[in-house]
Design a protein around this ligand. Structure first.
Ligand SMILES: [Mn+2]
Length: 308
């Protein structure tokens, strides 16, 4: 039996997905040889460059019709039915922290469906490996990736979805690695900023989400960086280019975990008025400032409620 760990589509992957998949592959390889990952090569800026060599070594393979699938960080049945490249009946296990499709998966794979509202899929995977007494067999880099992923997906533990278990598992990993918590966090967020500054065009382009909803199309680009304000001001023309297109609504959202600020950037009047209505705040020229962290999935939820 061949096991393939995958996010289910060929879209870009963030650090939560990469960290979870790599650690899970290491875990299952301790018991089963034939375990592969399948992902697109499009990495978002949330993955520091220091991990690129390590990630490049992982054996990737496309699933064949008979292969069994483990899904990580995704359980959206409708999305998968449209985008995935395998039969959903081949899924044998799922780890995800986006609630909604619990019943569907429970019915299909019963106790192999691990879906819960928690800050990061990486927390689930780390806890799962710890509970199976195998955490000391996981590589140092996989552990570091897991810790970075928890930091990133919980936006430094400020996101509403964050649970105590996210904080506890994060602490446990760093204690085991004997790494200073403050220094680790500071380094991680600095490295993400460095990615954006190193290749702004690429990273602006690759974290875009397109949605079709009630005959309207929405394009949302996302950047998560500490110095987001400076970056936006210096790259307005590039952002404008990324956001241009035939969509009904288009904007960029960028939150800073360390500064706890979010900015929305839009060049389209429809999008601006919609965001102003939902957020109860005003754009000044093309920028709206919001005094807390918010991620794309949260603003999309608000907009969808509004447009409904
Ligand atoms: Mn995630």
């Amino acid at each position: 039996m061949t096991l393939i760990i995958t996010p289910g589509s060929k879209a870009h992957v963030d650090i939560d997905w990469v960290a979870s998949a790599i650690a899970l592959q290491e875990f299952y390889k301790l018991q089963w040889k034939d375990v592969w990952v399948c992902w697109s090569e499009n990495l978002t800026a949330t993955i520091p460059k220091r991990f690129y060599d390590f990630l490049g070594k992982f054996e990737k393979q496309e699933p064949k019709p008979q292969d069994k699938i483990i899904l990580v960080d995704v359980s959206d049945k409708e999305f998968l039915e449209n985008k995935c490249f395998f039969n959903l009946d081949n899924v044998i296990e799922i780890f995800d922290h986006h609630p909604w499709y619990e019943d569907f998966w429970k019915e299909k794979i019963w106790d192999k469906s691990h879906i819960e509202e928690i800050g990061a899929a990486a927390t689930q995977i780390a806890r799962f490996i710890i509970e199976n007494n195998m955490f000391d067999k996981i590589s140092k880099q996989a552990k570091e990736l897991l810790a970075c992923a928890i930091l990133s997906n919980t936006v430094n533990f400020t996101l509403k979805m964050t649970q105590e278990v996210d904080k506890n598992i994060y602490k446990k990993i760093l204690e085991e690695l004997e790494i200073d918590i403050e220094a680790f966090r500071e380094r991680y967020f600095r490295e993400v900023d460095e990615n954006y500054l190193w290749n702004p065009d690429y990273f602006l382009e690759n974290d875009i989400k397109l949605l079709n909803i009630w005959e309207k199309t929405i394009k949302v680009s996302q950047i998560e960086m500490t110095e987001n304000k400076k970056f936006v001001e210096n790259n307005l023309e590039k952002i404008k280019k990324v956001l241009s297109g035939s969509e009904d609504y288009s904007f960029l959202i960028t939150s800073s975990a360390l500064k706890q600020k979010t900015y929305f950037i839009s060049f389209c009047d429809y999008s601006k008025s919609l965001l102003e209505e939902v957020l109860w705040l005003n754009f000044i020229w093309n920028i709206l400032e919001y005094d807390w962290v918010m991620l794309r999935k949260q603003i999309l939820k608000k907009l969808l409620n509004k447009l409904w």
